[in-house]
Design a binder for this molecule. Structure first.
Ligand code: HEM
Length: 416
């Protein structure tokens, strides 16, 4: 590694990033022999880096803000301008505590049970079809389950519509053009719907149990004791529902790993510890969030470069999850690597790093791990299926990536 940050070319790299996807950073880290390089994205200077040190820079509490750190076309499909992610210091901590209050072990277990119930009901439906695309089917299972868990009414006729809306936001986030535009249109409709839910809870027309997300968000008061304004409340309700449906992406990567690693498949079915390692390895190896960015709040020097206030810094998550300084044989799928793993808060960052409460680490990480574990158990113990010939390749130039076919299953039946 060099101890300066090389600058690559003079041209803007936005088109190359969109063209190369997850491998954009890796190509340049290799070319420059450095774990950080400087370029221009959207005509603005940006430093892109990977590894533990880079993760620490981004996630050390209060060093960087998320304001102006993501392209608006991405931000408006994911967390959005009014979200917890764009807050700093005390207002951030206060709002983040609201999200974390939803993630008690009992609440997470309840959602996992709801997912299991929907999944088992799904098996009966899928058994009647010639084949089923797992990605679509799991999105729907998660959509039904998370709405019930959150106290959000979901009429059976609306399940497909809402599932499509949540999926379109995530699908559109890593692109510009028609895919992004479709995401924006469907996002707009989902916001209207979520806004009505919040309004009805506030007006007392919709009764939701205490502690459920729809009520917690609708009644949340900021650090000055004020209710969230209507737009913020609907955005934050969506920030619980959408990413939970997005866990389907890890589930299809887990299903793919089960197909590719039959020995692991037999172990996850009965060994709880191995199941945990397996799911961690899926989260490490799967291309999901390619990068996450911040703007410097407190200036510092790193690798011979001064980072003034407002400097743009991006952590390459995919490269960090494949960093040979952290992981032996990073390209291999080895669940055992997590045996006795005592990684620190900046080593393993598929859902961000650092602290949960004071930093920007994902509020839904425990939930994600639990739901993927439950899904893997269901795939290996609750159902049998065949896997017809199909294109299971993963195109790393597409963000977000997934197996091309979405993992098509045929002959689905309850396990004997
Ligand atoms: C589906 C898998 C998921 C992935 C890959 C993922 C990824 C991430 C990442 C990388 C961040 C950090 C962003 C940053 O540093 O600015 C983040 C933040 C966040 N995630 Fe997730 N997430 C997932 C699931 C969830 C779930 C299930 C929820 C809630 C139910 C959730 C809610 C949040 C929230 C509220 C934040 C903002 C935290 C903050 O700024 O303090 N995510 N997520």
């Amino acid at each position: 590694m060099t101890d300066r940050i090389p600058r690559i070319g003079r041209r803007d790299s936005s088109a190359a990033l969109l063209r190369e996807g997850y491998t954009f950073g890796a190509h340049r880290f290799l070319e420059t022999g450095s774990d950080a390089f400087e370029t221009r994205l959207m005509l603005r200077p940006a430093v892109i880096a990977y590894g533990t040190e880079a993760a620490r820079l981004l996630y050390e509490t209060d060093r960087m803000t998320r304001r102006r750190a993501l392209p608006p076309t991405t931000l408006t499909l994911l967390q959005d301008f009014r979200s917890v992610e764009l807050l700093d210091e005390q207002p951030h901590r206060h709002r983040k505590a609201m999200f974390l209050s939803l993630m008690t072990p009992a609440a997470v277990a309840e959602l996992a049970d709801l997912v299991e119930g929907e999944w088992r009901a799904g098996i009966d439906r899928w058994a009647g079809s010639r084949d089923v695309v797992l990605f679509d089917a799991v999105r729907e299972v998660l959509c039904r389950a998370v709405c019930a868990w959150a106290g959000v009414p979901l009429h059976p006729d609306d399940v497909a519509i809402r599932t499509r809306q949540f999926a379109a936001m995530v699908e559109g986030a890593g692109s510009v053009g028609p895919r992004n535009l479709r995401g924006q249109v469907l996002r707009h409709r989902a916001e209207r719907w979520a806004g009505e839910v919040v309004e009805r809870v506030r007006a007392g027309e919709l009764r939701v149990d205490e502690g459920r997300a729809a009520r917690v968000v609708a009644e949340h008061r900021d650090e000055h004791g004020r209710l969230l304004d209507a737009e913020t409340a609907r955005v934050e309700l969506l920030n619980v529902l959408r990413p939970t449906v997005a866990i389907s992406r890890y589930v299809v990567f887990a299903a793919l790993a089960l197909l590719q690693h039959p020995v692991a498949r037999s172990r996850v079915a009965e060994d709880d510890e191995y199941l945990r390692w397996f799911v961690q390895e899926v989260r490490r190896s799967a291309p999901f969030f390619p990068m996450v960015g911040g703007r410097v709040r407190e200036e510092f020097d790193w690798r011979g470069r001064h980072f003034a206030r407002g400097s743009w810094f991006l952590l390459d998550i995919y490269a960090t999850n494949h960093d040979s300084r952290i992981w032996d044989e990073p390209a291999a799928f080895l669940p055992e690597r997590f045996a006795g793993w005592d990684g620190g808060p900046y080593d393993f960052v598929p859902q961000g790093g650092g602290e949960f409460d004071a930093g920007h680490r994902c509020a839904g990480e425990w939930l994600t791990i639990t739901l993927v574990e439950r899904a893997v158990r269901l795939l290996t113990t609750a159902m049998a299926y065949d896997v017809p010939l199909q294109d299971l390749s993963v195109d790393l130039s597409r963000m977000p990536a997934a197996p091309a076919s979405g993992v098509r299953l045929s002959g689905v039946r309850p396990a004997a």
